[in-house]
Design a protein around this ligand. Structure first.
Ligand SMILES: [Zn+2]
Ligand SMILES: [Zn+2]
Length: 475
Protein backbone atom coordinates (compact mmCIF):
# COMPACT_ATOMS: atom_id res chain seq x y z
CA UNK A 1 0.00 0.00 0.00
CA UNK A 2 1.37 3.37 -0.94
CA UNK A 3 2.19 5.68 1.93
CA UNK A 4 -0.32 8.35 2.71
CA UNK A 5 0.29 11.70 1.27
CA UNK A 6 1.63 13.10 4.48
CA UNK A 7 4.17 10.31 4.76
CA UNK A 8 5.32 10.81 1.24
CA UNK A 9 5.56 14.52 1.82
CA UNK A 10 7.64 14.17 4.91
CA UNK A 11 10.06 11.85 3.22
CA UNK A 12 10.23 13.72 -0.02
CA UNK A 13 13.64 15.04 -0.88
CA UNK A 14 14.24 18.63 -1.66
CA UNK A 15 15.01 19.35 -5.22
CA UNK A 16 18.54 20.51 -5.42
CA UNK A 17 18.86 23.19 -7.97
CA UNK A 18 21.41 25.55 -9.24
CA UNK A 19 20.31 28.88 -10.44
CA UNK A 20 23.53 30.22 -11.83
CA UNK A 21 24.78 27.47 -14.07
CA UNK A 22 25.61 28.90 -17.44
CA UNK A 23 23.33 26.49 -19.18
CA UNK A 24 21.84 28.80 -21.59
CA UNK A 25 22.64 31.65 -23.85
CA UNK A 26 19.66 33.50 -22.47
CA UNK A 27 20.30 35.05 -19.06
CA UNK A 28 18.35 34.02 -16.03
CA UNK A 29 15.88 36.56 -14.69
CA UNK A 30 17.92 37.71 -11.78
CA UNK A 31 21.48 36.53 -12.10
CA UNK A 32 22.59 35.56 -8.66
CA UNK A 33 25.64 37.33 -7.39
CA UNK A 34 28.13 34.55 -7.29
CA UNK A 35 30.76 34.03 -4.69
CA UNK A 36 33.06 32.79 -7.39
CA UNK A 37 34.01 35.04 -10.24
CA UNK A 38 33.48 32.27 -12.74
CA UNK A 39 29.96 31.76 -11.54
CA UNK A 40 28.61 34.76 -13.32
CA UNK A 41 25.64 33.41 -15.12
CA UNK A 42 26.25 34.22 -18.70
CA UNK A 43 29.57 35.73 -19.30
CA UNK A 44 29.24 39.44 -19.62
CA UNK A 45 25.51 39.39 -20.05
CA UNK A 46 23.72 40.27 -16.90
CA UNK A 47 20.70 42.01 -18.24
CA UNK A 48 17.29 40.80 -17.22
CA UNK A 49 15.81 39.12 -20.22
CA UNK A 50 12.66 37.54 -18.99
CA UNK A 51 9.60 39.30 -20.22
CA UNK A 52 6.26 37.94 -21.02
CA UNK A 53 5.90 36.83 -24.56
CA UNK A 54 8.48 38.87 -26.39
CA UNK A 55 11.73 37.32 -25.37
CA UNK A 56 11.61 34.23 -27.49
CA UNK A 57 14.81 32.70 -28.65
CA UNK A 58 16.90 35.13 -30.64
CA UNK A 59 16.31 33.19 -33.77
CA UNK A 60 12.76 31.98 -33.30
CA UNK A 61 10.02 34.54 -33.23
CA UNK A 62 6.43 33.79 -32.55
CA UNK A 63 4.53 33.49 -35.77
CA UNK A 64 7.59 32.91 -37.91
CA UNK A 65 6.60 30.91 -40.91
CA UNK A 66 9.28 28.42 -40.21
CA UNK A 67 12.22 27.87 -38.00
CA UNK A 68 15.19 29.51 -39.55
CA UNK A 69 18.03 27.08 -39.29
CA UNK A 70 18.66 24.37 -41.77
CA UNK A 71 19.21 20.97 -40.26
CA UNK A 72 22.78 19.79 -40.33
CA UNK A 73 23.24 17.74 -43.43
CA UNK A 74 26.46 15.99 -42.67
CA UNK A 75 26.29 12.34 -42.08
CA UNK A 76 29.88 11.64 -41.23
CA UNK A 77 30.43 9.36 -38.31
CA UNK A 78 32.83 10.20 -35.58
CA UNK A 79 36.08 8.49 -36.34
CA UNK A 80 37.84 6.98 -33.41
CA UNK A 81 41.21 8.25 -32.38
CA UNK A 82 41.01 11.21 -34.73
CA UNK A 83 40.85 14.88 -34.04
CA UNK A 84 39.15 16.05 -30.85
CA UNK A 85 36.56 17.39 -30.85
CA UNK A 86 35.38 15.86 -34.13
CA UNK A 87 34.98 18.55 -36.77
CA UNK A 88 31.37 17.63 -37.52
CA UNK A 89 30.39 18.17 -33.88
CA UNK A 90 32.56 21.21 -33.25
CA UNK A 91 31.20 23.68 -30.70
CA UNK A 92 31.52 26.37 -33.40
CA UNK A 93 28.61 24.69 -35.15
CA UNK A 94 26.33 24.63 -32.10
CA UNK A 95 23.22 26.80 -32.33
CA UNK A 96 22.35 29.23 -29.52
CA UNK A 97 20.78 27.59 -26.51
CA UNK A 98 17.65 28.81 -24.84
CA UNK A 99 16.20 27.46 -21.70
CA UNK A 100 15.19 30.06 -19.23
CA UNK A 101 11.44 30.35 -19.26
CA UNK A 102 10.42 33.29 -21.32
CA UNK A 103 7.65 34.23 -18.95
CA UNK A 104 7.46 34.48 -15.21
CA UNK A 105 6.72 31.01 -13.94
CA UNK A 106 3.82 31.04 -11.54
CA UNK A 107 4.53 30.01 -8.02
CA UNK A 108 4.13 26.33 -7.54
CA UNK A 109 0.59 25.38 -6.75
CA UNK A 110 1.64 22.05 -5.34
CA UNK A 111 3.57 23.37 -2.39
CA UNK A 112 0.55 22.68 -0.23
CA UNK A 113 1.47 19.04 -0.19
CA UNK A 114 4.84 19.86 1.17
CA UNK A 115 6.38 17.72 -1.50
CA UNK A 116 7.90 20.49 -3.51
CA UNK A 117 10.12 22.85 -1.66
CA UNK A 118 11.60 25.33 -4.06
CA UNK A 119 14.98 26.50 -2.85
CA UNK A 120 14.51 29.75 -4.63
CA UNK A 121 11.81 31.78 -6.30
CA UNK A 122 14.08 32.67 -9.14
CA UNK A 123 13.31 31.17 -12.48
CA UNK A 124 15.11 27.97 -13.10
CA UNK A 125 16.20 26.83 -16.51
CA UNK A 126 14.28 24.27 -18.46
CA UNK A 127 16.83 21.54 -19.09
CA UNK A 128 15.29 20.51 -22.39
CA UNK A 129 17.25 18.19 -24.64
CA UNK A 130 17.34 14.78 -26.25
CA UNK A 131 18.70 11.28 -25.84
CA UNK A 132 21.84 11.34 -27.92
CA UNK A 133 24.38 8.76 -29.03
CA UNK A 134 27.73 8.12 -27.40
CA UNK A 135 29.29 6.73 -30.57
CA UNK A 136 32.88 7.95 -30.54
CA UNK A 137 33.01 8.12 -26.74
CA UNK A 138 30.80 9.51 -24.00
CA UNK A 139 31.95 13.10 -24.50
CA UNK A 140 30.51 13.09 -28.01
CA UNK A 141 27.08 12.97 -26.36
CA UNK A 142 27.67 16.43 -24.95
CA UNK A 143 28.76 17.70 -28.35
CA UNK A 144 25.68 16.18 -29.95
CA UNK A 145 23.47 17.79 -27.33
CA UNK A 146 25.16 21.08 -28.16
CA UNK A 147 24.45 20.52 -31.86
CA UNK A 148 20.76 20.15 -31.01
CA UNK A 149 20.73 23.33 -28.92
CA UNK A 150 19.92 21.28 -25.83
CA UNK A 151 20.29 22.32 -22.20
CA UNK A 152 19.96 18.79 -20.93
CA UNK A 153 20.47 15.34 -22.34
CA UNK A 154 20.22 11.63 -21.88
CA UNK A 155 22.72 9.01 -22.99
CA UNK A 156 23.75 5.47 -22.32
CA UNK A 157 27.07 4.81 -20.68
CA UNK A 158 27.64 1.59 -22.61
CA UNK A 159 25.97 -0.58 -25.19
CA UNK A 160 22.44 -0.86 -23.88
CA UNK A 161 21.83 -4.34 -25.16
CA UNK A 162 24.84 -6.26 -23.94
CA UNK A 163 25.72 -7.26 -20.41
CA UNK A 164 29.35 -6.25 -20.37
CA UNK A 165 31.34 -3.45 -21.94
CA UNK A 166 34.91 -2.31 -21.60
CA UNK A 167 35.54 0.14 -18.80
CA UNK A 168 36.02 3.79 -19.72
CA UNK A 169 39.49 4.89 -20.59
CA UNK A 170 40.92 7.69 -18.56
CA UNK A 171 40.94 10.03 -21.55
CA UNK A 172 37.23 9.47 -22.20
CA UNK A 173 36.41 10.43 -18.62
CA UNK A 174 38.60 13.53 -18.75
CA UNK A 175 37.06 14.68 -22.00
CA UNK A 176 33.59 14.23 -20.60
CA UNK A 177 34.30 16.08 -17.38
CA UNK A 178 36.00 18.91 -19.26
CA UNK A 179 33.02 19.40 -21.57
CA UNK A 180 30.55 19.37 -18.68
CA UNK A 181 32.21 22.47 -17.27
CA UNK A 182 30.75 25.92 -17.69
CA UNK A 183 31.44 27.91 -20.80
CA UNK A 184 33.65 30.23 -18.78
CA UNK A 185 35.75 27.24 -17.89
CA UNK A 186 35.99 26.13 -21.48
CA UNK A 187 33.24 23.50 -21.41
CA UNK A 188 29.76 23.37 -22.87
CA UNK A 189 27.89 24.02 -19.64
CA UNK A 190 26.23 20.69 -18.89
CA UNK A 191 26.29 20.42 -15.11
CA UNK A 192 25.60 17.08 -13.39
CA UNK A 193 21.91 17.77 -12.85
CA UNK A 194 21.34 18.35 -16.57
CA UNK A 195 22.29 14.81 -17.61
CA UNK A 196 20.04 11.80 -17.15
CA UNK A 197 21.80 8.58 -18.05
CA UNK A 198 19.54 5.80 -19.32
CA UNK A 199 20.31 2.36 -17.98
CA UNK A 200 20.72 -0.85 -19.91
CA UNK A 201 17.55 -2.41 -21.29
CA UNK A 202 18.66 -5.81 -20.11
CA UNK A 203 18.31 -5.06 -16.43
CA UNK A 204 15.39 -6.67 -14.62
CA UNK A 205 15.63 -6.24 -10.88
CA UNK A 206 12.07 -7.46 -10.36
CA UNK A 207 12.89 -11.02 -11.35
CA UNK A 208 12.90 -13.39 -8.37
CA UNK A 209 15.38 -15.79 -10.02
CA UNK A 210 18.50 -15.26 -7.95
CA UNK A 211 21.07 -15.78 -10.68
CA UNK A 212 19.26 -13.54 -13.09
CA UNK A 213 18.78 -10.92 -10.40
CA UNK A 214 22.50 -10.98 -9.63
CA UNK A 215 23.42 -10.59 -13.30
CA UNK A 216 21.03 -7.66 -13.57
CA UNK A 217 22.36 -6.13 -10.39
CA UNK A 218 25.95 -6.27 -11.68
CA UNK A 219 24.93 -4.51 -14.88
CA UNK A 220 22.91 -1.94 -12.90
CA UNK A 221 25.80 -1.24 -10.57
CA UNK A 222 28.23 -0.99 -13.49
CA UNK A 223 25.97 1.57 -15.17
CA UNK A 224 25.81 3.62 -12.00
CA UNK A 225 29.52 3.36 -11.40
CA UNK A 226 30.09 4.72 -14.90
CA UNK A 227 27.85 7.68 -14.07
CA UNK A 228 29.92 8.27 -10.98
CA UNK A 229 33.13 8.16 -13.00
CA UNK A 230 31.79 10.73 -15.44
CA UNK A 231 30.48 13.00 -12.71
CA UNK A 232 26.84 12.46 -13.66
CA UNK A 233 24.23 12.68 -10.96
CA UNK A 234 21.07 11.15 -12.41
CA UNK A 235 20.61 7.57 -13.59
CA UNK A 236 17.28 6.24 -14.83
CA UNK A 237 16.27 2.70 -15.66
CA UNK A 238 13.23 0.52 -16.14
CA UNK A 239 12.23 -0.96 -12.81
CA UNK A 240 11.57 -4.43 -14.20
CA UNK A 241 9.02 -7.19 -14.46
CA UNK A 242 7.75 -10.01 -12.31
CA UNK A 243 8.14 -12.21 -15.41
CA UNK A 244 5.05 -13.91 -14.03
CA UNK A 245 7.16 -15.61 -11.39
CA UNK A 246 6.16 -13.60 -8.34
CA UNK A 247 3.76 -10.95 -7.11
CA UNK A 248 4.25 -7.28 -7.86
CA UNK A 249 4.88 -6.71 -4.16
CA UNK A 250 7.76 -9.17 -4.24
CA UNK A 251 9.19 -7.38 -7.26
CA UNK A 252 8.92 -4.01 -5.50
CA UNK A 253 10.97 -5.42 -2.63
CA UNK A 254 13.60 -6.88 -4.97
CA UNK A 255 13.94 -3.59 -6.81
CA UNK A 256 14.22 -1.64 -3.57
CA UNK A 257 16.84 -4.11 -2.37
CA UNK A 258 18.95 -3.35 -5.45
CA UNK A 259 18.53 0.40 -4.94
CA UNK A 260 19.52 0.22 -1.28
CA UNK A 261 22.52 -1.92 -2.07
CA UNK A 262 23.79 0.23 -4.91
CA UNK A 263 23.43 3.33 -2.75
CA UNK A 264 25.93 1.76 -0.37
CA UNK A 265 28.28 0.53 -3.08
CA UNK A 266 28.43 3.57 -5.35
CA UNK A 267 28.39 7.09 -3.94
CA UNK A 268 26.31 10.10 -4.93
CA UNK A 269 24.43 9.03 -8.05
CA UNK A 270 20.66 9.37 -7.74
CA UNK A 271 18.63 6.38 -8.94
CA UNK A 272 15.65 7.50 -11.02
CA UNK A 273 12.84 4.99 -11.58
CA UNK A 274 11.03 5.26 -14.92
CA UNK A 275 7.28 4.85 -15.24
CA UNK A 276 6.32 2.18 -17.72
CA UNK A 277 3.69 1.79 -20.41
CA UNK A 278 2.19 -1.66 -20.15
CA UNK A 279 -0.40 -1.46 -17.42
CA UNK A 280 -2.01 -4.76 -16.56
CA UNK A 281 1.05 -6.80 -17.54
CA UNK A 282 3.93 -8.16 -15.47
CA UNK A 283 5.78 -4.88 -15.96
CA UNK A 284 6.41 -3.00 -12.75
CA UNK A 285 5.97 0.76 -12.47
CA UNK A 286 3.06 1.48 -14.78
CA UNK A 287 0.90 3.21 -12.16
CA UNK A 288 1.92 5.84 -9.63
CA UNK A 289 1.19 3.69 -6.56
CA UNK A 290 3.68 1.10 -7.82
CA UNK A 291 6.41 3.72 -7.97
CA UNK A 292 5.43 4.86 -4.49
CA UNK A 293 5.59 1.31 -3.18
CA UNK A 294 9.19 0.95 -4.37
CA UNK A 295 10.24 4.35 -3.02
CA UNK A 296 8.67 3.52 0.34
CA UNK A 297 11.26 0.75 0.79
CA UNK A 298 14.27 2.87 -0.18
CA UNK A 299 16.35 3.82 2.82
CA UNK A 300 18.08 6.92 1.43
CA UNK A 301 15.23 8.88 -0.08
CA UNK A 302 17.57 11.69 -1.10
CA UNK A 303 18.92 9.33 -3.75
CA UNK A 304 15.72 8.12 -5.36
CA UNK A 305 13.59 9.93 -7.93
CA UNK A 306 11.08 9.19 -10.64
CA UNK A 307 11.36 9.85 -14.37
CA UNK A 308 8.02 10.31 -16.09
CA UNK A 309 7.80 9.34 -19.75
CA UNK A 310 4.84 11.20 -21.24
CA UNK A 311 4.18 8.47 -23.80
CA UNK A 312 4.25 5.80 -21.10
CA UNK A 313 1.94 7.89 -18.91
CA UNK A 314 -0.53 8.22 -21.73
CA UNK A 315 -0.29 4.54 -22.62
CA UNK A 316 -0.97 3.64 -19.00
CA UNK A 317 -4.13 5.75 -18.99
CA UNK A 318 -2.91 9.08 -17.61
CA UNK A 319 -4.35 11.73 -19.89
CA UNK A 320 -2.33 14.81 -20.85
CA UNK A 321 -4.24 16.17 -23.83
CA UNK A 322 -5.94 19.22 -22.35
CA UNK A 323 -4.95 21.70 -19.63
CA UNK A 324 -7.51 20.06 -17.34
CA UNK A 325 -6.29 16.53 -18.05
CA UNK A 326 -2.66 17.56 -17.65
CA UNK A 327 -3.41 19.24 -14.32
CA UNK A 328 -5.36 16.23 -13.11
CA UNK A 329 -2.57 13.79 -13.99
CA UNK A 330 0.11 15.93 -12.36
CA UNK A 331 -2.07 16.44 -9.29
CA UNK A 332 -2.34 12.68 -8.99
CA UNK A 333 1.40 12.36 -9.32
CA UNK A 334 1.96 14.90 -6.57
CA UNK A 335 -0.55 13.24 -4.29
CA UNK A 336 0.48 9.66 -4.92
CA UNK A 337 4.23 10.00 -5.45
CA UNK A 338 5.17 13.60 -4.66
CA UNK A 339 6.56 16.33 -6.89
CA UNK A 340 9.73 16.33 -4.85
CA UNK A 341 10.50 12.96 -6.37
CA UNK A 342 10.32 14.16 -9.94
CA UNK A 343 13.84 13.73 -11.31
CA UNK A 344 13.38 13.81 -15.07
CA UNK A 345 11.02 13.67 -18.01
CA UNK A 346 11.10 11.61 -21.18
CA UNK A 347 9.21 13.83 -23.56
CA UNK A 348 7.45 11.81 -26.23
CA UNK A 349 4.14 11.98 -28.01
CA UNK A 350 2.29 8.71 -28.49
CA UNK A 351 1.26 6.94 -31.68
CA UNK A 352 -1.16 4.85 -29.64
CA UNK A 353 -4.39 5.87 -27.96
CA UNK A 354 -4.91 6.76 -24.33
CA UNK A 355 -4.66 3.64 -22.15
CA UNK A 356 -3.60 1.66 -25.21
CA UNK A 357 -0.76 0.06 -23.24
CA UNK A 358 1.51 0.49 -26.22
CA UNK A 359 4.89 2.13 -26.06
CA UNK A 360 5.03 3.86 -29.42
CA UNK A 361 6.82 7.17 -29.42
CA UNK A 362 5.87 9.93 -31.83
CA UNK A 363 7.30 13.37 -32.51
CA UNK A 364 6.02 16.09 -30.20
CA UNK A 365 2.52 17.29 -31.02
CA UNK A 366 2.02 14.90 -33.93
CA UNK A 367 0.64 11.96 -31.98
CA UNK A 368 -2.38 11.32 -29.81
CA UNK A 369 -1.27 13.62 -27.00
CA UNK A 370 -0.94 16.71 -29.17
CA UNK A 371 0.76 20.08 -28.79
CA UNK A 372 -1.54 21.41 -26.08
CA UNK A 373 -0.38 18.83 -23.56
CA UNK A 374 3.27 19.60 -24.24
CA UNK A 375 2.66 23.32 -23.95
CA UNK A 376 1.16 22.68 -20.50
CA UNK A 377 4.24 20.75 -19.49
CA UNK A 378 6.61 23.41 -20.79
CA UNK A 379 4.77 26.02 -18.73
CA UNK A 380 4.68 23.95 -15.56
CA UNK A 381 7.16 25.19 -12.93
CA UNK A 382 7.53 21.64 -11.63
CA UNK A 383 9.35 20.86 -14.87
CA UNK A 384 12.10 23.42 -14.47
CA UNK A 385 15.53 22.36 -13.29
CA UNK A 386 15.21 18.67 -14.27
CA UNK A 387 16.32 17.02 -17.51
CA UNK A 388 13.50 16.90 -20.08
CA UNK A 389 14.59 14.47 -22.73
CA UNK A 390 13.21 13.85 -26.21
CA UNK A 391 13.20 10.22 -27.29
CA UNK A 392 11.18 10.95 -30.38
CA UNK A 393 11.61 9.31 -33.77
CA UNK A 394 14.58 10.56 -35.72
CA UNK A 395 15.86 9.51 -39.11
CA UNK A 396 18.14 6.51 -39.24
CA UNK A 397 19.96 5.65 -36.11
CA UNK A 398 21.18 8.29 -33.77
CA UNK A 399 24.77 7.78 -34.84
CA UNK A 400 24.83 10.52 -37.36
CA UNK A 401 24.92 14.24 -37.06
CA UNK A 402 21.92 14.69 -39.35
CA UNK A 403 19.69 13.03 -36.80
CA UNK A 404 20.14 15.90 -34.42
CA UNK A 405 18.18 18.08 -36.82
CA UNK A 406 14.83 16.77 -35.73
CA UNK A 407 15.53 17.26 -32.05
CA UNK A 408 16.89 20.74 -32.68
CA UNK A 409 13.58 21.59 -34.37
CA UNK A 410 11.56 19.98 -31.61
CA UNK A 411 13.41 21.91 -28.93
CA UNK A 412 12.73 25.17 -30.76
CA UNK A 413 9.10 24.26 -31.23
CA UNK A 414 8.72 23.55 -27.51
CA UNK A 415 10.18 26.91 -26.52
CA UNK A 416 7.99 28.56 -29.11
CA UNK A 417 4.76 27.08 -27.75
CA UNK A 418 5.90 27.70 -24.19
CA UNK A 419 5.89 31.42 -24.93
CA UNK A 420 2.39 31.67 -26.40
CA UNK A 421 -0.27 32.92 -24.01
CA UNK A 422 -3.52 31.08 -23.42
CA UNK A 423 -5.62 33.35 -25.55
CA UNK A 424 -3.34 33.21 -28.57
CA UNK A 425 -2.84 29.50 -28.20
CA UNK A 426 -6.37 28.65 -29.28
CA UNK A 427 -5.98 30.57 -32.52
CA UNK A 428 -2.42 29.56 -33.29
CA UNK A 429 -2.16 25.91 -32.39
CA UNK A 430 -3.57 24.48 -35.60
CA UNK A 431 -1.28 26.44 -37.88
CA UNK A 432 1.72 25.62 -35.71
CA UNK A 433 0.89 21.95 -35.83
CA UNK A 434 0.44 22.04 -39.59
CA UNK A 435 3.73 23.86 -40.11
CA UNK A 436 5.57 21.48 -37.79
CA UNK A 437 4.09 18.39 -39.40
CA UNK A 438 5.36 19.51 -42.81
CA UNK A 439 8.73 20.26 -41.35
CA UNK A 440 8.95 16.93 -39.57
CA UNK A 441 7.88 15.12 -42.73
CA UNK A 442 10.64 16.83 -44.67
CA UNK A 443 13.31 15.69 -42.20
CA UNK A 444 11.88 12.33 -41.23
CA UNK A 445 9.06 11.23 -43.50
CA UNK A 446 6.52 8.98 -41.84
CA UNK A 447 7.37 5.41 -42.62
CA UNK A 448 5.06 3.83 -45.14
CA UNK A 449 4.71 0.15 -45.73
CA UNK A 450 7.61 0.45 -48.07
CA UNK A 451 8.83 -2.42 -50.18
CA UNK A 452 12.35 -2.15 -48.91
CA UNK A 453 14.14 -1.43 -45.74
CA UNK A 454 13.80 -1.89 -42.07
CA UNK A 455 11.22 0.82 -41.75
CA UNK A 456 8.30 -1.49 -42.32
CA UNK A 457 6.17 -1.44 -39.20
CA UNK A 458 6.14 -4.73 -37.40
CA UNK A 459 2.90 -6.65 -37.65
CA UNK A 460 0.64 -6.40 -34.68
CA UNK A 461 1.39 -8.88 -31.97
CA UNK A 462 4.77 -9.71 -33.40
CA UNK A 463 7.15 -10.75 -30.72
CA UNK A 464 9.77 -8.11 -30.48
CA UNK A 465 13.28 -9.12 -31.13
CA UNK A 466 16.01 -6.61 -31.59
CA UNK A 467 13.86 -3.59 -31.59
CA UNK A 468 14.55 -0.50 -33.54
CA UNK A 469 14.55 2.70 -31.58
CA UNK A 470 11.21 4.41 -31.96
CA UNK A 471 9.62 1.50 -33.75
CA UNK A 472 7.17 -1.04 -32.40
CA UNK A 473 8.24 -0.68 -28.79
CA UNK A 474 10.13 2.32 -27.59
CA UNK A 475 11.91 3.07 -24.42
ZN1 LIG B 1 8.91 4.43 -24.36
ZN1 LIG C 1 13.34 4.24 -20.75
Amino acid sequence: MPPRRSTASKAAPKRERTTSSPLSDVPVTKPKPSSKAKGKANGSETKVAVKPKTALADDVKAGDEKLTEEPPKKKAKVAKGKQWPPAELSPDLHPPRNGYPIFELPESSSAKNGALTPTTKENRPMLLGAHVSIAGGPATALLRAGMAGANGLAMFTKSQRQWKSNPFEHEAIERFRDLMKSKEEGGLGYPPESILVHGSYLINLGNPDENKWNTSYDCFKDDIYRCHQLGIKLYNWHPGSTVGACTKEESFALIAKAINRVHKEVPEVVTVIENMANAGSNIVGTAFPELTAIIAQVEDKSRVRVCLDTCHLFAAGYDLRTPEAYAETMKKFDEEVGNGYLGGIHLNDSKADLAGNKDLHENIGLGKIGLTGFRCLMRDPVMSGIPIVLETPAPEKALEVGDLAIWMREIKLLYEIQGINDQDWETKKDEIEERWRKERDSINPPKEKGPKGKAKPAPKGKKKGKKEDSEEEDD
